[in-house]
Design a protein around this ligand. Structure first.
Ligand SMILES: C[C@@H]1NC(=O)N[C@@H]1CCCCCC(=O)O
Length: 209
C-alpha cells in the first residue's frame, strides 16, 4: 500500500508530514509527499505566499498512477477538503480524482456541522461524475455529544454513501503497536454490512438517537 500526500502545508522542513505519520503508525506503507509549504493554509495560498511552485492536479494523478504500478492500493490524501485549491488555476483534489477515475473516501468530523459539509462534498463528487466510496469519521470523541451520536444514522442518509468507520480521538498518540492492534476494530465492516457500535464508543442508550 502507498499513501500520497499531494501537498503538505503547515509543517516545517524537518518535521514529519501526514504521509510519514501514516507510515509510522500503520507500517509497511510507502509514504510519498509531492510538495511542502510551511504555512498552515490551503496549498495554493501557501505556495503563492512562499514563492514556491504549486502542485497541479495532473501531477497528483501522475504520481498516484506511478505508485499504483507497484502497490495494490494507493491512498491520496488531500488537504482540508475536496475543493481546497492546489494551484492558482483553481485545481483541486477532485480534478486529480477525475483524472484517475478514482473513488473518493470522505473524512468527516463527528459533530454539529458535519451533515451539511458531508452532503455538499458528496453532491459535488457526483456532479463531477465521481463516486463517494464512503465516509470515515475522524475523529470520534471519547464522549460523543447528541449531534455526533445522531450523525451516525444521518450521515449515510444525507451523503448517500456508507459510513465505513471512525478513528477514535487521540489515536495518533498511540504507539505503532497499539495503533495496529486497534485499527481493524475502527474500520472493519461486518459481513452483513453493519458496524460494531463499540467502534464508535457509543455509551448512551439507543433511545438517545
Ligand atoms: C493546514 C493543514 N495542512 C494540510 O495538509 N491540510 C490542512 C490545510 C487546510 C486548508 C483549508 C482551507 C479552507 O477550506 O479554508
Amino acid at each position: 500500500m502507498a499513501v500520497l500526500k499531494a501537498a503538505q502545508t503547515g509543517v516545517g522542513p524537518d518535521e514529519p508530514g501526514d504521509a510519514a505519520e501514516v507510515a509510522r503508525l500503520a507500517g509497511a506503507v510507502t509514504a510519498a509527499e509531492l510538495a511542502r509549504f510551511p504555512e498552515p493554509l490551503a496549498p495554493a495560498t501557501a505556495a503563492r505566499r512562499a514563492g514556491l511552485t504549486p502542485v497541479h492536479p495532473h501531477e497528483v494523478a501522475e504520481a498516484a498512477a506511478k505508485l499504483a504500478t507497484e502497490h495494490d492500493l494507493v491512498l491520496v490524501e488531500g488537504a482540508g477538503g475536496l475543493l481546497v485549491r492546489f494551484d492558482a488555476a483553481g485545481g483541486t483534489l477532485a480534478d486529480a480524482a477525475r483524472l484517475l477515475s478514482a473513488p473518493v473516501l470522505v473524512v468527516a468530523p463527528a459533530g454539529l456541522g458535519t451533515l451539511n459539509a458531508t452532503e455538499l462534498t458528496t453532491r459535488e463528487l457526483r456532479s463531477r461524475g465521481l463516486v463517494p466510496a464512503g465516509i470515515v469519521i475522524g475523529s470520534w470523541p471519547t464522549a460523543p455529544d447528541l449531534a455526533a451520536r445522531c450523525n451516525l444514522a444521518d450521515l449515510p442518509d444525507v451523503a448517500g454513501a456508507p459510513l465505513l468507520g471512525s478513528v477514535p480521538a487521540g489515536s495518533g498518540a498511540l504507539s505503532p503497536t497499539a495503533f495496529r492492534a486497534a485499527a481493524p476494530h475502527w474500520l472493519a465492516p461486518r459481513l452483513d454490512g453493519s458496524w460494531d457500535a463499540e467502534a464508535f464508543r457509543v455509551r448512551e442508550a439507543p433511545e438517545a438517537f
